[in-house]
Each structure stands twice: as C-alpha cells, then as structure tokens.
Design a protein around this ligand. Sequence first.
Ligand SMILES: CC(C)(COP(=O)(O)OP(=O)(O)OC[C@H]1O[C@@H](n2cnc3c(N)ncnc32)[C@H](O)[C@@H]1OP(=O)(O)O)[C@@H](O)C(=O)NCCC(=O)NCCS
Length: 206
Amino acid sequence: MSAQGWPASLADERVGVRPLRLRDAASWSEMRVRNEDWLAPWEGRQPGQASTPWGERHSPGSFAAMLRVLRHEAKAGRCLPFAVTYDGELAGQVTVSNVVRGAFQSASVGYWVDAQLAGRGVVPTALALVVDHCFTDVGLHRIEANVRPENAPSRRVLEKLGFRHEGLHPRFLYIDGEWRDHLSFAVTVEDVPEGLLRRWRADQIA
Ligand SMILES: CC(C)(COP(=O)(O)OP(=O)(O)OC[C@H]1O[C@@H](n2cnc3c(N)ncnc32)[C@H](O)[C@@H]1OP(=O)(O)O)[C@@H](O)C(=O)NCCC(=O)NCCS
C-alpha cells in the first residue's frame, strides 16, 4: 500500500516535481559530481563517514542504493523524495523528510538545484508545489526548513515564499567536519489558505 500523497507528480510552467527514478542515476551522478563545491558546504554527513570521497558517494551505484532506501522510507510515509525537473530534465531535488504524524503532522524539507540553473526560481517554484501538496494530499500541518546563516541564496528562497523565522538551532547538523548552527524557518497550513504557490505568484504581480 502507498503512503498518503505518494507517489505524486506536479508542475508549474517549466518546473516539475516527480518521484526520483532509477533511470535518473547517470544524470544525477554527473550533476552531483560537477556541483561538489556548490553543494558540499550545505549538506550534512553522519560523523565518521565524512572521509568517503564525494565522487564515490555520488556514483550511479550510490544513487541506486540511496533510491532503494528512499523508496522504502517513502512507502512507509516517512519521506517524499522528489526529483526537480526543468523543461522535463532532472535539475535537482526537494526532499520532504522526518515526517511525524500524531499531534505534530510536521516534516522537514531540503533542496538543491544544479548551479547552472540557479537564479531562475526553480527551487522556490518546486518547494511551493511540494508544500502545497503536503498541506493538501499528504495532510501535514507544518513544514520546516533549516538553513546555515551563511547560506544567503537558501534564506532568500524561504524569505520569498514567506516562511517564518522561528529561531536558531545551535550546533544543529554535522557538515564539513563541524557541528553547524542553523536558522529554523517554518510555514503552517493556516499561513497559506490560498496555497503557497498562489500567494507567491500574487506577491510577484503586486
Ligand atoms: C539555495 C538554492 C536551492 C536556491 O535555488 P534557486 O532555484 O537558485 O532559487 P532562486 O532562483 O529563487 O534564487 C535564490 C537567490 O539565489 C541568488 N542567486 C541567483 N543566482 C545565483 C547564482 N548563479 N549563484 C548563487 N546565487 C544565486 C539570488 O540572491 C536569488 O535571489 P533573488 O531571486 O532575489 O535574486 C540554490 O542556490 C542551491 O541549490 N544552493 C546549493 C545547495 C543549497 O544551499 N541547498 C539548501 C540547503 S539549506
């Protein structure tokens, strides 16, 4: 049996989100290896595994192993691992993880885009599509994003979409050999009765 709201494919003009699939392996690997300097400062690693070379962790074989775990987690309703596409081609990822049900109904999001496609609104569009889906078909109440204070482009994405700054998590994630502070942002369903994508589009016109 599938989890609530999964699998799902959504699109807005040139940007789409859909489940990652096995035939993404070669493009995903090429993009992740080419974007090492762009991505590595923002991505957490389990302490003790940090010495595995980036190229090894982003081979097509590593993708297949990662996808197996993600599919299992998605089927259990614990994550929604979306590929982001631009004009139908793989462009990045938006991953909803740490889905907690019960009285919390909350999850975290992480995201990245190929540096060659940065600055075109790909991630804010994909993130708005995903958040709206989480608040409707998945039935979640709150989505959280945690960002290093130094990550100005990521903070800008959340600012554009109107995520609320809720505080600072000291020493939150292990990145590049250190426990790094993160700023915490969130949006709840009451904040966007009209939908996040629709609200952002209206802000752009105003
Ligand atoms: C953060 C990130 C996902 C934003 O995605 P995006 O699709 O480029 O988002 P936007 O197009 O809305 O751009 C956001 C801001 O990035 C900045 N930006 C634009 N082009 C850029 C470029 N070529 N390089 C760096 N920053 C750029 C701008 O400040 C922009 O804000 P603006 O639209 O008000 O000018 C992307 O920069 C990225 O993948 N970074 C590396 C991974 C990462 O940081 N992930 C998030 C971890 S919390």
